[in-house]
Design a protein around this ligand. Structure first.
Ligand code: SAH
Ligand code: DHB
Ligand code: MG
Length: 224
């Protein structure tokens, strides 16, 4: 098994089941052209987020880590009329690319992009009473994932769904001695997740066009 095979199978799946329209293709193209890192979710992962959000009937979605807005577009397309997506991004250049992509996708009316460190914008959201969010996708700097999860719980309700990207990191997550701050951040998050009595959770390894990684999936089962 190698990257070439994972990429060709992802292409096969995506061609069959996940046709991208012009807005999604343009989101990827413009992000690459602007020099943004190629770390957005893959098309089939984007569709997975979209389907999960639809399965739980989400109309209010929170995303932490926008980049060029590729995953945001998939999420925004899952919400019914009157729904809303709040997405948080620290990098003004990423935000500018994302804003153009939301406008091109006709989604700028339902996406609220907030620029700033998420650890600053999350408390502001809470103070505004912006919750409760039905679905929360955590995909920003990995070192702060445990803190983002804490804020996600504050902004959630019973039965909210929380998805956390990049929890396997090419398998490095199982290496307690890893010197990588992202890996240690995810390990710390996994411990918080395991100890958190108000959620039920699992994590899944994935391979595909973006390599070997995985995501955690949690549902709020207690009062938050
Ligand atoms: N969800 C996107 C990918 C996000 S990449 C997609 O799948 O399409 C991670 C993003 O988190 C980057 O754009 C990065 O600038 C942003 N980020 C990093 N640290 C952050 C912070 N402290 N607060 C908010 N966003 C942050
Ligand atoms: C990284 C971040 C991501 O959100 C991702 O999907 C892949 C990689 C990173 O920071 O390396
Ligand atoms: Mg990610």
């Amino acid at each position: 098994m190698n990257q070439e095979q994972w990429t060709s199978v992802d292409r096969y799946i995506t061609d069959l089941l996940v046709p991208e329209d012009a807005a999604l293709r343009e989101a990827t193209r413009s992000s690459t052209a602007a020099g943004l890192p190629s770390i957005s979710v893959s098309p089939n992962e984007g569709k997975l987020l979209h389907l999960l959000a639809r399965m739980c009937g989400a109309s209010r979605i929170l995303e932490i880590g926008t980049l060029g807005g590729y995953s945001t577009i998939w999420l925004a397309r899952a919400v019914p009329a009157g729904g809303r997506v709040v997405t948080l991004e620290v990098d003004a250049r990423h935000a500018e690319v994302a804003r153009a992509n939301f406008a091109r996708a006709g989604l700028d009316g339902i996406i609220d992009l907030r620029v700033g460190r998420a650890l600053d914008t999350l408390p502001r959201l809470a103070a505004e009473g912006a919750g409760a969010f039905d679905f929360i996708f955590i995909d920003a700097d990995k070192a702060s994932t445990a803190e983002y999860f804490g804020w996600a719980l504050k902004l959630a309700r019973k039965r909210s769904v929380i998805v956390v990207d990049n929890v396997v990191r090419k398998g490095a997550v199982a290496d307690a001695a890893s010197a990588d701050a992202s890996v240690q951040g995810i390990r710390r998050f996994n411990e918080v997740l395991a100890a958190e009595k108000r959620v039920s959770a699992t994590a899944i390894q994935t391979v595909g066009s973006k390599g070997y990684d995985g995501f955690a999936l949690a549902v709020v089962t207690g009062d938050v």
